[in-house]
Design a protein around this ligand. Structure first.
Ligand code: MLT
Length: 238
């Protein structure tokens, strides 16, 4: 099993993902939010690449969720704080979801055969699911505006470490090896790493300090949302 890490979505075009098994990571905060929404009973989430498309896709039966510049978008029901996606707010709801980097990374990887959502909260469960799928893996870090970001790369490294603890039968790309080394440097205190990251500082400045604590929880759930034909849901076959 080969494991490769894309340190930014700009490292690959849409067609690169055709037939691949891809894991999207946006720790702060899109994939952390998606995992929490699905865990709290959201029926499905539709990630989209533009706000205009979100507004077109809205209707009386769907919620609009997401952010621009970390804040809730005018006319949307929910922002991108994972804590907002409580059972009370999202159970049985369909949610159209736009975020600056995360939802766009998912849309970019939409031709993948298997497309899984990962954050610190579900690394162990994602590793187990990937081993069941048993195919080469591409880990896609959502990054920040096309640039590298620390927290997604650390999460990618921890995912590789988790897979390596279960099987030796893996071949890791150079970017994967670099991610693993970074994760060894930062895994002792994920909260500190997130707080001191560029995006973490922005979130704290904008009043989202509680989200940093929420997103730093490791292996708090076994939910692995997957994207299939337009929607993210729980894969009931797993
Ligand atoms: C993104 O997709 O860029 C992020 O999730 C931004 C955020 O809401 O913190």
């Amino acid at each position: 099993m080969k494991i490769h890490v894309l340190l930014s979505p700009l490292n690959a075009e849409e067609l690169y993902f055709t037939g691949k098994t891809t894991v999207v990571i946006d720790v702060l905060r899109a994939t952390s939010t998606i995992i929490n929404a699905i865990e709290n009973g959201a029926k499905e989430m539709r990630p989209i690449g533009t706000i205009e498309f979100a507004l077109k896709a809205s209707g009386s039966k769907v919620l609009l969720g997401g952010e621009r510049n970390t804040n809730k978008i005018e006319g949307f029901n929910l922002g991108n704080s994972p804590i907002e996606y409580s059972k009370e707010n999202v159970e049985n709801k369909s949610i159209v979801f736009f975020t600056t980097n995360g939802s766009r990374a998912i849309v970019r990887a939409k031709f993948s055969e298997n497309l899984l959502m990962c954050s610190f909260s579900n690394i162990k469960a994602v590793a187990e699911k990937l081993l069941k799928i048993n195919k080469d893996i591409t880990i896609l870090c959502a990054g920040s505006e096309g640039m590298f970001c620390l927290e997604d790369t650390v999460c990618a490294g921890l995912l590789i470490k988790e897979i390596s603890s279960i099987t030796n039968d893996i071949e890791i790309s150079d970017a994967g090896k670099a991610s693993k080394i970074l994760s060894e440097t930062y895994s002792d205190d994920l909260h500190k790493m997130l707080s001191e990251s560029e995006h973490g500082k922005k979130l704290v400045n904008n009043g989202f300090e509680d989200d940093i604590a929420f997103c730093s929880k490791l292996n708090s759930t076994d939910v692995v949302p997957t994207f299939n034909s337009d929607f993210i849901k729980i894969d009931k076959s797993s």
